[in-house]
Design a protein around this ligand. Structure first.
Ligand SMILES: [Zn+2]
Length: 355
């Protein structure tokens, strides 16, 4: 009997070791999910982000407005959208200028590609890694901030639950891919809908007001990340300045995204708006906190067709989603780990009693 129990104990202990290995592996995988940000860490802050550029003329004029107002923005760039960022010297110089003027440069994919589609067609590498390489070839640094086209990959389980909309499990695959590269997903919680309000700036202000003037919101308790497109004349010539004025009138301080979320914009930890003494080294992998859920994320518009090899993606939020109850991977891993420890202690005690 004793030898049977001895054998059973050894066998259970051995399988528990394999179990632990599996748990460790799980923890490693889930630990690299890219953090999703929709707001700043401190109330009273407001961030301007620009999508879809660069574009000859309009992006430079957006930079002029920012310079005039002493504001640092974030430019989420594509390699092949309005201009050819690989081959056009003019286009590359626009990104270089934005970077040299202290703005954060982030990625918006190579082809302005919905990442769910990118996964289907196997173009994640081009759209994430290749775009990072192009950016790095211009500014010498690899971006951390990532804005997913159409938002797909950034609509978290918490957000979907709060909004009572279906959650798409592919979001975790996207976050995993970005997280393994040390990237952060930057969503938004206030929209200007500038692409949809060409010629009517008041509509953009009203759109913004839906978030800033929502019941209970104030600079004492809220912060915002908004988006605008630096590729449209009306957006950079009219809407941008009025947005800046409106935000300031409402008592918010316009800060850089890096300051808002407390993260360095580049993989090497370099932050252009911090003194050199304070530069930190980013370790790459992300294990950050889950985002706060905000109720005002809208899908963003499509993209330009000027540059070849771009897609005509018009998919809306969670199209083709594989619905079902998502598994809470983080808590599942912790529970497994605790169970494992208790089982090992129990078996060790049993072992001591037997011999
Ligand atoms: Zn876009």
């Amino acid at each position: 009997m004793k030898s049977f129990l001895k054998l059973a104990t050894i066998s259970l202990l051995t399988s528990q070791c394999f179990g632990n290995a599996a748990v460790k592996n799980n923890a490693k995988n889930t630990g690299t999910l890219a953090t999703v940000y929709t707001e700043c860490k401190k109330p009273g802050q407001f961030v301007l982000t620009f999508d879809d550029g660069p574009n000859a003329g309009t992006t430079e004029r957006a930079l002029n407005v920012l310079k005039k107002n002493g504001i640092i923005g974030t430019f989420f760039v594509n390699s092949a959208n309005y201009v050819d960022l690989v081959n056009s010297v003019e286009a590359r110089n626009i990104v270089k200028r934005a970077y040299e003027e202290g703005h954060d440069i982030g990625s918006h994919t190579y082809q302005h590609k919905d990442l769910f589609l990118a996964m289907e067609e196997g173009s994640l590498e081009i759209n994430v890694d290749k775009n990072n390489e192009v950016i790095s070839s211009i500014i010498g640094r690899t971006p951390v901030f990532f804005r997913p086209p159409l938002g797909n990959g950034g609509f978290t389980k918490e957000y979907c639950t709060a909004m009572n909309i279906p959650y798409d499990m592919r979001t975790e695959q996207v976050r995993q891919y970005l997280g393994e590269r040390g990237m952060k997903v930057i969503m938004w919680n206030a929209d200007t809908q500038d692409w949809n309000n060409k010629g009517n700036v008041q509509n953009s202000i009203n759109e913004l007001a839906k978030s800033l003037n929502a019941i209970g919101k104030s600079p004492q308790n809220s912060s915002f990340i908004t988006l605008i497109h630096d590729v449209h004349d009306y957006s950079v010539d009219v809407i941008l300045q009025q947005v800046i004025d409106y935000v300031k009138q409402n008592g918010y301080q316009i800060v850089s995204l890096a300051e808002c979320i407390g993260e360095a914009p580049y993989l090497d930890g370099y932050n252009p708006n911090q003194s050199t003494a304070n530069q930190s080294t980013n370790t790459g992998a992300t294990t950050g906190t889950m985002p706060t859920v905000n109720s005002n994320i809208n899908t963003e518009p499509g993209m330009n067709m000027n540059v070849g090899n771009t897609n005509t993606a018009t998919s809306t939020l969670n199209s083709n989603s594989s619905l079902g109850k998502p598994i809470d991977l983080e808590s599942a891993s912790i529970k497994n780990f605790i169970n494992s420890i208790f089982t090992v202690i129990f078996l060790a005690l049993l072992n001591t009693l037997l011999y």
